[in-house]
Design a protein around this ligand. Structure first.
Ligand SMILES: Cc1ncc(COP(=O)(O)O)c(C=O)c1O
Length: 397
């Protein structure tokens, strides 16, 4: 008999993918420009020119046998050192290469981390709305995902809800900021209160609760006044799961890292767990060419001004049409209140206007829809009459 759970996971498509496939079909029927596909979070701006230049230079000037060979299981030492030095310079930490583990993107960073720390039955608390794969990753690692609702209306961290969810089985709290699907950035106050709560609960219980920060969108922040706190500066038992998929527009190349805070007393054990989980999952040696690439372009970001332009245009138009929008400070997602209580029905109705929106139910935030605005600015402009017509269709009922 096969593993039923995995066969099931392989057969059911996420509703986001389902919608994307529907969009492809619809585009073939009525033309590419007439379908407004806001379903997927695939970067729409190219990687920075420095990426191409570095790749060409690396390929032309590196011995191919060395370049394409295995690196250390945890990643090339000089790559890890370069990244550790960069994090230290940016966030005043004191990481070394031995705190970093190179991965195939944030998905691998998360699965490895969860497998490193969870025992069967352990609970991982996350804040809704959240990336749906968290449930898959946590359960695969033997844990149980507990979602607590974010603050009503802003989707910041609701500490009271978190308090109620903490239990003797809590092993980790998993946060994602800038957030997919809301685009919300958790500020300093959010993080400080979260950490205070975790400490107040874990200390008297003699527990070790880890704070995991999933950071594929760290660099996608639109205003210089918006700060994304670095969790290692707030909490010692912290682990950062980073990815270059969105910051460098390289999601298909699968490159990222895990950084284990060396301020936690048992960091060597945790790091060993990360190496062990990477080994057990077959995730050793992240793509060697792209390890070398990030060593060269670790401080670069794609041109995110397009995302900002899209956000600004969409935000002001949707508000004008009467939609209630949670203002996103980062990532390339916008969370919009559905114009009827059932967001799935609302998303179905949006299809009549060729708007492909993802119902918030998938992110455990019913009543909202997600718009992925990593699309061309032209598509944003073309889609505005459809958003207006959708809103008007509710007014005339
Ligand atoms: C919140 C979040 N975490 C993790 C991932 C996985 O990213 P990666 O492509 O780096 O595996 C995504 C991808 O969209 C995401 O939105």
């Amino acid at each position: 008999m096969l593993n039923g759970k995995n066969v099931y996971l392989g057969k059911v498509r996420s509703s986001i993918r389902e919608l994307f496939e529907y969009g492809k079909k619809r585009k073939a029927e009525i033309g590419e420009d007439n379908v407004f596909d806001f379903s997927l979070g695939n970067p729409s701006v190219p990687a920075p020119a420095a990426v191409r230049e570095a790749l060409i230079d690396i390929i032309e000037h590196t011995d191919p046998v060395a370049l394409h060979g295995y690196t250390s299981a945890q990643g090339d030492f000089s790559v890890r050192k370069t990244i550790a030095d960069y994090i230290n310079a940016r966030f005043s930490t004191s990481l070394t290469a031995d705190n970093l583990y190179m991965t195939c993107g944030a998905a691998a960073s998360l699965t490895i981390t969860l497998n490193a720390i969870l025992n069967p039955g352990d609970e991982v608390i996350t804040i809704a709305p959240y990336f749906p794969e968290y449930k898959v990753f946590t359960e695969q690692a033997g844990g149980k995902l507990i979602a607590v609702a974010g603050k009503v209306g802003t989707f910041g961290i609701d500490v009271e809800n978190l308090k109620k969810a903490l239990s003797p089985r809590t092993k980790a709290v998993l946060i994602n900021s800038p957030n997919n699907p809301s685009g919300v950035v958790y500020g300093e106050e959010d993080i400080s209160l979260l950490v205070k709560e975790i400490k107040e609960y874990s200390k008297p219980h003699g527990m070790e609760i880890y704070l995991i920060s999933d950071e594929p969108y760290r660099e996608l922040v639109f205003d210089k006044d918006t700060k994304v706190p670095y969790i290692m500066n707030y909490y010692e038992r912290s682990i950062v799961c980073y990815s270059y998929s969105k910051s460098l527009s390289l999601p298909g190349e699968r490159i990222g890292y895990i950084a284990v805070n060396n301020k936690m007393p048992e960091w060597e054990e945790v790091y060993a767990g990360v190496c062990g989980a990477g080994r057990a999952l077959g995730y050793v040696c992240a793509p060697a060419l792209f390890q070398q690439l990030v060593k060269r372009v670790y401080n670069q970001t794609s041109n995110i001004s397009v995302y900002k332009l899209n956000r600004d245009r969409l935000l002001s138009a949707l508000e004008e049409y009467g939609y209630e929008v949670v203002k996103p400070d980062g990532a390339f997602y916008m969370f919009v209140k559905a114009l009827e209580p059932d967001a799935k029905r609302f998303a179905e109705r949006a299809k009549q206007f060729e708007l492909l929106l993802v119902a918030g139910d998938d992110f455990e935030a019913p009543g909202y829809v997600r718009i992925s605005y990593c699309v061309s600015p032209q598509m944003i402009l073309r889609s505005l009459p459809a958003f207006k017509a959708l809103a008007d269709s509710y007014k005339s009922v």
